[in-house]
Design a protein around this ligand. Sequence first.
Ligand SMILES: NC(=O)c1ccc[n+]([C@@H]2O[C@H](COP(=O)([O-])OP(=O)(O)OC[C@H]3O[C@@H](n4cnc5c(N)ncnc54)[C@H](OP(=O)(O)O)[C@@H]3O)[C@@H](O)[C@H]2O)c1
Length: 336
Amino acid sequence: MIQRPSNNPKGVLIYGVGNVGQTVARIVAGYGWPVIAVNRAGGKVGQDLGALTGTRALDGCLIREAEETDLSSVFADVAVLAINDRLAHNLPYHRRLMEAGYNLICVGAESSYPKAVDPKQAEELNAIAKANGVTVTGGGLWDTYRNWTLRTLIGPCTGLRSLYHSSLTNADRFGAEVAGMVNIGKDPATVDDAQTGRSIYRIFLVQVVESLRLTITSLNEHQKPVKSDEVMHSRALGRDIQPGLCVGMRTVISIETAEGISATAEIDLRLAADGEAEGLKWQIDGEPQAEMVLSGIDTGHATASSVVNRIPYVLAAPAGLITTDQMPPMLPAKSF
Ligand SMILES: NC(=O)c1ccc[n+]([C@@H]2O[C@H](COP(=O)([O-])OP(=O)(O)OC[C@H]3O[C@@H](n4cnc5c(N)ncnc54)[C@H](OP(=O)(O)O)[C@@H]3O)[C@@H](O)[C@H]2O)c1
């Protein structure tokens, strides 16, 4: 029987107590692992995490101001960084946490596979981690649901022509950070590829394709705003979004490889309509053909639980930048 590593953390430092950070806190507390939480200066600092998250096990855990906290004095060996998706933005925080001795799981999407964002920054992360004897990785929704589902499905294949992936994630499962990134509430005319920048999703498709040991020869990406015909509510922004305004983004990515195998992904991160289920699909054109549809996933919980259940694997991994495709597929961190 496959077993998960038995390493449990001494404590988990949550850096950024937004939607993801709070769900991570609830799950970690439920596992009985100590929690320490820090956030940037503002209204959350000084609040009781128990009251904020409605979790009795967190009563008395006060949120500290991140910059003022002496991280080396905190009794935790793992940090979860949940503030921003971009690698360049997160890098100073990665450095600070690893230099203070933390193993690190970053929820920021680009940390899932840094070498596809910037090989130099990936090497820098690897060097900082090794110098401090810790492991750094990126975790979240696409660890199991995008990456490992495909790698499991492809096991029986004897031939492969193309991969197709699509997904819908309800942006309102997350906070203002995500709402801003996918331009919710903006005029679609002001949102184009140039203004939006590189999508976070190309990273995952590159990670999947390279983990199959295919050689990428071209990558094309296009993002477009998704509009609604009716009024939709954004919980993250605390207001209604009027018809015609942007409710999120659709990203289309296509990859060609030297082996002649193509990969395409159409990914929606936007407000979902009432009753519209989140989920994802993989289609394999090969021998055998295969299609996998996962629906009804609560992507908010799944993001946080994917991060927490990776903690034992991070503690068991060697020092350095170790991405989740280099780890075994994840099992729950606690027995049921
Ligand atoms: N990998 C995945 O599968 C996945 C899935 C979903 C989301 N994410 C990413 O996870 C991140 C968090 O999402 P979320 O929904 O939790 O966002 P959120 O609700 O906006 O929370 C972000 C939190 O980080 C705090 N923060 C921001 N900058 C900080 C800094 N420099 N130092 C300390 N704290 C800081 C914010 O403080 P304030 O209270 O002052 O705003 C807020 O509490 C986002 O980047 C998101 O895109 C990843």
